[in-house]
Design a protein around this ligand. Structure first.
Ligand code: 3HC
Ligand code: NAI
Length: 693
């Protein structure tokens, strides 16, 4: 049963009971209507309380029903709210935990609202690419005023109930037991003569509503490029202000129906579920026991070790930080402090918190201090020999059951695990740089990694607010293995006729945060060079354009050397097209006998994105990633893929695998076409009309 019905002291209590968040799916909606009818026809009942079981009042409409017949099957949320408003007996919404989206809209339909402190109140629909579709854009401005409501609606940000205590939304704040107080309130309300008040009948008071809405429209338009929903929210609010409640409601409905079909909304919903799905590992059930992680140790206080340490300090977890030399340790600590100081300067952190976080670090030069650590993360130089030294030592000192993790970006986690006598306790934790900022964490599952180790690190990831995605062991794991094919295409296109600025511009227009050449200049062109040199030895059959090697031979490693694919003015990060590099590229084409041609932006985007898709497909076929949405999450959270496109695999689904396959086969016929070996799943889905997601 999605809804429970009980009575107490002459008050009917309708309890939404649809775990985990009392989503307003069809059966819940039907249950509410049934409960209302029963309460209204029962002479022993004088008032009605609607509340939620468990941790939430309601998280809103059931997103899994969107674009399915159930979403529009009566009773819709509109019908439910109409029934609430029509009720002759007063209805009190008793809110705790979460009242979001349709949940808040349902409460806004009630005659009265009582809230427990600490409840998260929001209309977060914009985050899913839609707008509140059950009267939220009409009732919230009438409840808390135009400006406050508009802010909540266009940002979707939750506000704590106590902050809204005097805003006009709640008739009372619960001091003790919410249900007891709601029932007492209901009994009192029943004693008052009807009709009971409705939010829809309130006026929107504003000295200059028109001017404010115009200003908001301009601001929102500038801030929500590529996302249609926020502007529609403003339009729907404006419709209600100008044309009254009913017309505003009808317009809101139209906008909802339109937005829910947009690719942007599909992408945002895909990301919402993709993030939650990523934490579920097919053969590691949620009941898998986890190991307690109270103390963490990090080895290496360099770029990554420092950032990784900060994640745990931010979550209040003490970290023992180990280095080989005092000097390196001091440098690492100073960088961490400097990063926090920058946050203090921006007003994002208080000086006390800075000190409290620094106090959680226990710097050390001796492995004996790692004996108590429950989780040890290694971030030392990227050399197998150094990793061997570290893991051999860890095997000697770490306590039984401690999780031993490596932040390696290219080395074989199984080989690292084999340096210990406890490979089941070894796992890869591939953080991205800067590790204290980037959301993505690739969890690399070795062939012997124990299930409880995986379950534990996924839990740890949540605690430090990372989006964790599990990858099998392979060169580059999910993200870097795919980016290599993308970079390979980018380099070939230079050889064939494009220049760095054109490639970057085309893919940035597509929506990437940064094109491949600006990105390489930022990360350091020497990193890719080192990888290619290794490939030339290990896999000589895989061809690469040598144009990037030429750049590196000139010492142009990127921003850190003041020159890369672009020129940089001293102390500045602006990428300025470089005449020298452009001439070098043209000369290189001549040298390798390629007749340069004009490459369209469309070709640039297709070759870059489909290179990701094709490699992603192989990663899925090999079981390196367990689902397509995991690959999308890697690209959305770690590589700046445009969120409104939902990730490479969803993008390929939307483009149609038939079209993707045709393009890949076409590019395979062009010069440098040997880089394109169509993935068998791409070919199969093109045949069957199927999709990855
Ligand atoms: N519909 C369906 N499932 C939902 C849901 C919803 N509205 N909200 C959350 N869930 C599911 C999640 O997918 C997850 O499922 P899983 O356990 O199977 O992975 C589970 O509930 C728990 O979610 P979280 O892990 O996010 O739990 P938290 O406790 O961290 O957060 C929350 C709870 C704050 C409610 C968060 O889930 C959230 O922000 N949900 C989205 C709320 C939202 O956007 N509501 C608006 C819906 S659209 C709408 O109402 C349209 C209306 O205007 C007509
Ligand atoms: P770094 O050179 O900035 O830091 C390495 C630190 O390890 C140095 O401070 C060094 O003194 C210390 N160190 C070396 N040997 C040690 C030992 N035996 N015991 C203790 N400390 C030791 O390197 P960075 O960039 O932080 O990389 C570290 C690891 O993280 C590498 O495996 C790298 O592949 C990986 N990584 C790096 C990323 C990046 O963007 N820099 C991204 C993701 C992973």
């Amino acid at each position: 049963m999605a809804v429970d019905y009980t009575t107490r002291d002459g008050v009917a209590v309708i309890t939404l009971n649809n775990p985990p968040v009392n989503g307003l799916g069809h059966s819940t909606r039907a249950g509410i209507v049934e409960g209302l009818a029963r309460a209204n026809s029962d002479p022993a009942v004088s008032a009605i309380v609607i509340t939620g079981a468990g941790k939430a009042f309601s998280g809103g409409a059931d997103i899994t029903e969107f674009n399915t017949p159930k979403a529009t099957q009566e009773p819709t949320l509109h019908t439910v709210i109409k029934e609430v408003e029509k009720s002759a007996k007063p209805i009190i919404a008793a809110i705790h935990g979460v009242a979001m989206g349709g949940g808040l809209e349902l409460a806004l339909g009630a005659h009265y609202r009582i809230a427990a402190p600490g409840a998260q109140i929001a209309l977060p629909e914009v985050k899913l690419g839609i707008l509140p579709g059950a009267g939220g854009t009409q009732r919230l401005p009438r409840a808390i005023g135009l400006e406050a409501a508009l802010n909540m609606i266009v940002t979707g940000t939750p506000v704590l109930s106590e902050k809204l205590a005097n805003a006009g939304l709640f008739d009372a704040m619960a001091q003790g037991d919410l249900l007891d107080e709601a029932i007492a309130f209901a009994r009192q309300a029943a004693g008052k003569p009807g009709p009971h008040p409705l939010v829809r009948n309130r006026k929107i008071e504003h000295a200059n509503a028109e001017g404010f809405l115009q200003f908001s429209r301009n601001t929102v338009a500038a801030m929500s490029k590529n996302y249609p929903a926020p502007l529609k929210c403003v339009d729907a609010i404006a419709a209600g202000v100008k044309q009254g409640f009913d017309k505003g409601l009808a317009f809101e409905r139209e906008c909802f129906v339109e937005l829910v079909q947009t690719p942007e909304s599909q992408a945002l919903r895909h990301a919402f579920f993709g993030e939650r799905a990523a934490s579920k590992i097919p053969d590691v059930p949620s009941s898998t026991p986890t190991r307690a992680i109270q103390q963490v140790a990090v080895i290496g206080a360099g770029t990554m070790g420092g950032g990784i340490t900060m994640n745990f300090l931010n979550a209040g977890v003490p970290v023992t930080l180990l280095e080989t030399k005092q000097e390196a340790l001091d440098r690492g600590l100073a960088t961490i402090r400097k990063n926090y100081e920058a946050q203090v300067k921006k007003g994002k952190l208080t000086a006390e918190k800075l000190e409290a976080r620094m106090a959680l670090i226990r710097p050390t030069l001796t492995y004996d201090d790692l004996k108590q650590a429950d989780l040890i993360i290694e971030a030392v130089f990227e050399e197998l020999g150094v990793k061997e030294q570290v893991f051999t030592r860890l095997d000697e000192v770490a306590k039984a059951g401690a999780i031993l993790a490596s932040n390696t970006s290219t080395l074989d986690v199984d080989k690292i695990a084999a340096f210990t006598k406890r490979p089941q306790d070894v796992v890869g934790l591939h953080f991205f740089s800067p590790a204290n900022v980037m959301k993505l964490l690739e969890v690399v599952r070795g062939k012997e990694t124990a299930k409880d180790v995986l379950a534990t690190v996924m839990q740890v990831a949540k605690k430090i607010r990372k989006t964790a995605v599990v990858s099998g062991v392979c060169d580059g794991f999910i993200g870097n293995r795919m980016i290599e094919q993308y970079i390979r295409q980018a380099l070939y296109m230079l050889e064939e006729g494009a220049l760095p600025a054109q490639v970057d511009r085309a893919i940035e227009k597509f929506g990437f945060a940064m094109g491949p050449f600006r990105m390489s200049d930022l990360a350091g062109n020497d990193i890719g060079w080192a990888i290619r040199k290794r490939r030339y030895q290990e896999t000589p059959e895989i061809k690469y354009s040598k144009v990037a090697d030429r750049l590196c031979e000139q010492g142009r490693f990127g921003q850190k050397t003041g020159a890369g694919w672009y020129d940089y003015k001293a102390g500045e990060r602006n990428a300025l097209p470089s005449k020298l590099v452009d001439e070098m590229i043209v000369a290189y084409s001549k040298e390798v006998g390629v007749q340069r041609r004009k490459i369209s932006d469309e070709e640039i985007v297709e070759r870059l994105v489909y290179a990701l898709v094709n490699e992603g497909a192989m990663i899925l076929e090999e079981g390196i990633a367990s689902k397509a949405s995991d690959i999308d999450m890697v690209y959305l959270t770690g590589y700046g893929f445009p969120l409104w496109r939902g990730g490479p695999m969803l993008y390929a689904d939307a483009a149609g695998l038939y079209n993707v396959a045709r393009a890949i086969r076409r590019y395979a016929q062009q010069p440098n076409g040997d880089a394109w070996q169509i993935a068998s799943s791409v070919a199969e889905l093109a045949e069957s009309g199927g999709t990855f997601n």
